[in-house]
Design a protein around this ligand. Structure first.
Ligand SMILES: NC(=O)C1=CN([C@@H]2O[C@H](COP(=O)(O)OP(=O)(O)OC[C@H]3O[C@@H](n4cnc5c(N)ncnc54)[C@H](OP(=O)(O)O)[C@@H]3O)[C@@H](O)[C@H]2O)C=CC1
Ligand SMILES: O=C1O[C@H](COP(=O)(O)O)[C@@H](O)[C@H](O)[C@H]1O
Length: 625
């Protein structure tokens, strides 16, 4: 794909505004990029910024002119210069100075992207599992793709004593190259590692964060160049003349979140640019603890500085859910109780809690997977059409779904726990064989539940959830089972096909083998009239040669860019806990005994009874999946 307009249309829907502007405004039709720039080689976000800055400066508008126009309120011009997300953040009146964050974005974006600012990313808990497994590899992937701002520094922060070299050595072991794009990968890794540093410190020590702050400032000042193109209040810049932005990623156990936030915000936040904090789940254990956590965090941070991560929202196929529904005429009209019989959200892992039993036993599968990942997907699936793709519009719709949900009844829930089993001479451990788990633990490692949304669109439609560890397979999918075709044109049991059972089913396979397929009924070729069920299949690996980015890449980039759409707002979180807290309390107070299932099995049979009670069959267990 080489043409500019094709590249635009094939990337983010956010681009549509810009492309239409370019095409419709004759003064800008001649806009082109210098020879030799292959847009496909650039990160999609960089393309967007390149487009924006080209629109902004390509026809003679200097940066200062744009800023002046902004202050004079020329919304049409500016609508094309500022991204949707940044425009949503401009809170001040037309002739007043824009809010700092909005102004920063304008400065940054009108200068061709974040290159003109510095970003320091501090991974708090850098010695831990998540940092090694996901965060550093995602940061490297972003660097490799050219998606990180030019002037960035990464700091690992933890109590473990480590030198910069030791951190680099640790990180280097988990970095990987893209499967489809490997050129200069080794070189890029070295460059990336040179930008990674380490600082040993306690999570509750102001003093240690002050030292971190000093080190960050040194790096920020190292990128010293005067912007030179505009006069803007000096408090917007670091001493070097650049905006210095800071992102803290809390990759630590939840009991130390608040300590770390307190220290980071008071001793190491940016004085010139933005400071944002990514918070990992769990966000509390129930409504009360979650509200307390939110309250504590808000002592030190504004809501718009808090990026609560749910990495399932960063998965490609979850991102695609809204595109599938809202950009295809054939789906949206069917998206209601009128045509959909039930929806299933299924998560399964073929391994146990290995290594994380201590954490897991305190939470269980309902808190670990259902209350967050599956419920978030459900909300995206079921929401009404948002006013726009802006974060607040989408999150407003999600909250409405969550608040329309019927309280979950214990009778509509099945819980299970895996037990040891021996297969082919190999013994697989049971959950309570984990040394960090109490022998008498009743914590569920499996749960299935039927949920209902009491609104006009979804009245009476069962939304089934199923999540389990140590099952027979690893997968995550959304299954939409449609109603049967009314009438009896084809013999209901024609040629061995029961039309009441072989209803259409849309499957969105989140992982592995990402894809979307639709089960349809068709005629078996030949002179007779026999029906068969087949799949219309969009398998991503067959359709696209590009490797699908890890969810953490998308989310980290969003946090750097201030895009909040895929992060959980506090009212969403409250609504999610309000739904699950009474159920969890009841399960725990009644000491409900989980149904045991063998490691590597398909889970407790109770899940089948639950589905049958709602006239549903689990799609993942049918012979023809
Ligand atoms: N690992 C995963 O796959 C996932 C993790 N998460 C969440 O991400 C966060 C980080 O996860 P993960 O990396 O697995 O966590 P770890 O248990 O590995 O902890 C991260 C670091 O925090 C420090 N730490 C651990 N326990 C304590 C303690 N009791 N007091 C003070 N410091 C401590 C340790 O660093 P040091 O001793 O050097 O200070 C450790 O290396 C957690 O909130 C977790 O729930 C979410 C989804 C998946
Ligand atoms: O949040 C969590 O997710 C992982 C599964 O994530 P995936 O991206 O590998 O599917 C799960 O193993 C873990 O228990 C949970 O805390």
């Amino acid at each position: 794909m080489s043409s500019f307009s094709t590249s635009l249309s094939s990337s983010s829907p956010f681009l549509s505004n810009h492309s239409s502007l370019i095409n419709s405004d004759p003064s800008r039709r001649s806009l082109s990029f210098p020879q030799g720039i292959n847009l496909d080689d650039l990160c999609v976000r960089s393309k967007r910024k390149l487009v924006q800055s080209a629109v902004a400066v390509g026809d003679g508008f200097g940066f200062c002119t744009i800023l002046r126009l902004f202050l004079m309120r020329l919304p049409l011009v500016l609508g094309s210069v500022i991204t949707k997300s940044s425009s949503a953040e401009i809170k001040t009146g037309p002739l007043s100075i824009p809010s700092q964050e909005a102004a920063d974005k304008l400065v940054i974006e009108s200068n061709g992207g974040e290159q003109q600012s510095t970003v320091s990313i501090t991974v708090v808990g850098a010695s831990g599992d998540l940092a090694k497994k996901k965060i550093f590899p995602a940061l490297f992937a972003l660097y490799y793709e050219g998606c990180l701002p030019e002037h960035f520094t990464i700091y690992g922060y933890a109590r473990s004593k480590m030198t910069d070299a030791e951190l680099r050595d640790m990180v280097s072991k988990t970095l990987t190259c893209r499967i489809d794009k490997r050129e200069n990968c080794g070189e890029k890794m070295e460059e990336f590692l040179k930008r990674c540093f380490y600082h040993t410190g306690q999570y509750d020590s102001q003093e240690h964060f002050v030292t971190l702050d000093k080190k960050l400032k040194e790096h920020e000042a190292g990128y010293r160049h005067y912007l030179g193109r505009c006069t803007y209040p000096s408090h917007h810049y670091s001493q070097g003349g650049r905006l210095s932005n800071r992102l803290f990623y809390l990759s630590i156990p939840p009991n130390i979140f608040v300590d770390a936030v307190k220290c980071a915000s008071s001793s190491a936040s940016s004085i010139s640019g933005w400071t944002r904090v990514i918070v990992e789940k769990p966000f509390g254990r129930d409504s009360k603890t979650s509200a307390a956590l939110t309250k504590s965090l808000k002592q030190y941070l504004e809501e718009d500085q808090i990026f609560r991560i749910d990495h399932y929202l960063g998965k490609e196929l979850v991102e695609n859910l809204s595109v599938l529904r809202f950009s295809n005429l054939i789906f949206e009209p069917l998206w209601s109780r009128q045509y959909i019989q039930n929806v299933q959200f299924i998560f399964s892992e073929d391994f146990g809690t290995e290594g994380r039993g201590g954490y897991f036993d305190h939470y269980g599968i309902i808190r670990d997977i259902m209350q967050n990942h599956l419920l978030q997907i459900l909300a995206l699936f079921a929401m009404e059409t948002p006013v726009s793709l802006d974060a607040e519009d989408i999150r407003n719709e999600k909250v409405k779904v969550l608040r329309s949900m019927r309280p979950i009844q214990l009778e509509d829930v099945v819980i299970g726990q895996y037990k040891s089993t021996t297969k082919g001479g190999v013994t697989y451990p049971g959950y309570t064989d984990d040394k960090t788990v109490p022998k008498d633990s009743l914590t569920p490692t499996f749960a299935a539940a039927a949920l209902f949304i009491d609104n006009a669109r979804w009245d009476g439609v069962p939304f089934l959830m199923k999540a389990g560890k140590a099952l027979h397979t690893r997968s995550a999918e959304i299954r939409v089972q449609f109603r049967h075709v009314p009438g009896n044109l084809y013999n209901r049991n024609s040629g061995g096909t029961n039309l009441d059972r072989t209803t259409n089913e849309l499957v969105i396979r989140v992982q592995p083998d990402e894809g979307i397929y639709l089960k349809i009924n068709n005629k078996v070729p030949g002179l007779g009239m026999r029906l068969d069920q087949s799949n219309l299949n969009l398998l991503y690996s067959a359709r696209y040669s590009k490797e699908i980015p890890d969810a953490y890449e998308r989310l980290l980039l969003d946090a750097i860019e201030g895009e909040r759409r895929l992060f959980i707002r506090s009212d969403e979180l409250d609504a999610a806990w309000a739904l699950f807290t009474p159920l969890l309390k009841e399960i725990e107070e009644k000491k409900t005994i989980p149904e045991f299932y063998p490691y590597g099995s398909r889970g407790p049979v109770g899940a089948h009874y639950l589905a049958a009670k709602h006239n549903v069959q689990w799609g993942d267990l049918s012979l023809d999946q």
